[in-house]
Design a protein around this ligand. Structure first.
Ligand code: 5AD
Ligand code: SF4
Length: 432
């Protein structure tokens, strides 16, 4: 989400004569796009600000601005940091050229909007040059998961005009991109009501429209919400071979008590029923998840329920966190953050260890199978190898042969670790 927002900001500023540079030391303006989701994310930003503060002592002309979620959360207080000159929240980026101009406008702009989608701004893709790109289809979130700060810092949910989404994707395809990931906090509640009397556009319909642009364009999306994900999206995925067979479906916890307390709007049984639907309609589809360890009042039994759900769902991948209390969220206001830090970490480590096993098993099941992979670039480990991902979102490394970045190759998996498939090319450039 932040990469996508940074590309919008880069466009707004490049239209006013600014150019990106590679090193902060070469910059006259530094913009820090921030995340508030966990305390650690904020701590990292504060450490960067201290460094930029030192740079400013050497070069008092340097301007530093804070963007993103921390801007909304901390507002004017951020100006107290010696490095910070201005603060712009996620819906205020159109103010940036004015804030940086010769007679600067107010240095703190953090009002959230019910309508801003930046639909008319063509993101500045030079920041993420390559073959894969993110396309924001909605902003904000209307859910109130008890632990989550997103609705407070990014505002109410709003969907973007599907025509502007299609236009952006067409442009990307024409510019050589071969994969787009449609982004929203809860894509299943995407809803566009046209001005005329035609029926509203749902996420499943938007997905089909984007997938219809070219069979050479891979389409991914994230994030699905278990309470809103319906079979219509699964059927759309089944209809289009170029919609990647991977679903990110955060469960957060396997315990019904925790799910209720988290205000997630589904039970463990509902979640497993959604998994069963995916397996039924999309055999071979991979599933990833987000899991939080040590939410308020979590007991050893609740934690055991999470481990058992992970085994039942057999996640291919997961992002795992320990609970970090965020100011003013429902949980911060109503519950006690009462699971001791060492217990949270211990549970998180058990979750990570189990997921490593599940990921390894999932990857082992792919050995000797063939997959189509979009070549994304040179492997970090070896210049002789390329890397790309399977439709199921597994990173695949293979000797590059005569293939080229941006093309599809057919590979056969030879071996694996929990994180990577090692493969060989069977057919080069089989679709280009
Ligand atoms: N503490 C820990 N993890 C969190 N997440 C969101 N808020 C918190 C929090 N306060 C996790 C959730 C979400 C992912 C993006 O971040 O798992 O799905
Ligand atoms: Fe946060 Fe829940 Fe919205 Fe996701 S769905 S952004 S976890 S409030």
């Amino acid at each position: 989400m932040n990469v996508s927002d940074s590309e919008v900001v880069a466009r707004l500023l490049s239209d006013h004569g600014y150019r990106p540079c590679d090193l902060p030391e070469d910059a006259r303006v530094i913009l820090v796009n921030t995340c508030s989701i966990r305390e650690n994310a904020e701590k990292r930003v504060m450490a960067r600000l201290d460094y930029f503060g030192l740079m400013k002592r050497q070069d008092p002309q340097l301007k530093v601005g804070i963007l993103g979620c921390m801007a909304t959360r901390l507002k004017e207080a951020l100006l107290e940091h010696p490095a910070v000159d201005f603060v712009a929240g996620p819906d205020s980026y159109r103010h940036l050229p004015g804030m940086l101009g010769p007679s600067p406008t107010a240095p703190v702009q953090v009002k959230l909007s019910a309508t801003e989608t930046y639909a008319d701004i063509k993101p500045y893709r030079e920041l993420s040059r390559g073959v894969t790109s993110f396309v924001t289809i909605m902003r904000g979130c209307n859910n109130m998961c008890a632990y989550c700060i997103v609705p407070y810092v990014r505002g109410r949910e709003r969907s973007r005009d599907p025509l502007s989404v299609e236009e952006e994707v067409r442009d990307l395809f024409a510019g050589g991109f071969r994969e787009v990931t449609l982004l929203g906090q809860n894509v299943n509640s995407y809803h566009w009501k046209p001005g005329d009397s035609t029926a509203p556009v749902t996420f499943a319909q938007l997905l089909e429209r984007v997938a219809g642009i070219s069979s050479l364009l891979r389409v991914r999306y994230t994030t699905s919400h278990p309470k809103d994900m319906q079979d219509d999206v699964l059927r759309a995925m089944a209809r289009y071979p170029n919609i990647c067979k991977h679903i990110h479906l955060p469960v957060q916890s396997g315990s019904n008590q925790m799910l209720k307390k988290m205000n997630r709007g589904y039970t463990r049984e509902d979640y497993l029923e959604r998994i069963a639907s995916i397996r039924r309609i999309l055999p071979g589809c991979s599933i990833s998840s987000d899991i939080i360890a040590g939410f308020c009042d979590e007991t050893p039994e609740d934690h055991a329920q999470t481990l058992s759900l992970m085994k039942e769902a057999r996640f291919d991948q997961a992002f795992m966190f320990h609970y970090s209390q965020r100011p003013n969220t429902l949980a911060a206001r109503h519950y006690q953050d009462n699971v001791p830090e060492d217990v949270k970490i211990g549970r998180l480590n058990e979750i990570i260890a189990l997921q490593n096993l599940l990921s390894l098993e999932s990857n082992r099941a792919d050995v000797d199978k063939e997959f189509e992979v979009l070549v994304e670039g040179v492997s970090k480990r070896s210049r002789e190898d390329y890397f790309g991902r399977t439709g199921t979102n597994k990173v695949c490394v293979f000797p590059h042969g005569n293939s080229t970045v941006g093309n599809y190759v057919r590979v056969k998996v030879k071996s694996c670790t929990a994180a990577t498939l090692k493969a060989e090319i069977i057919t080069e450039n089989n679709r280009s």
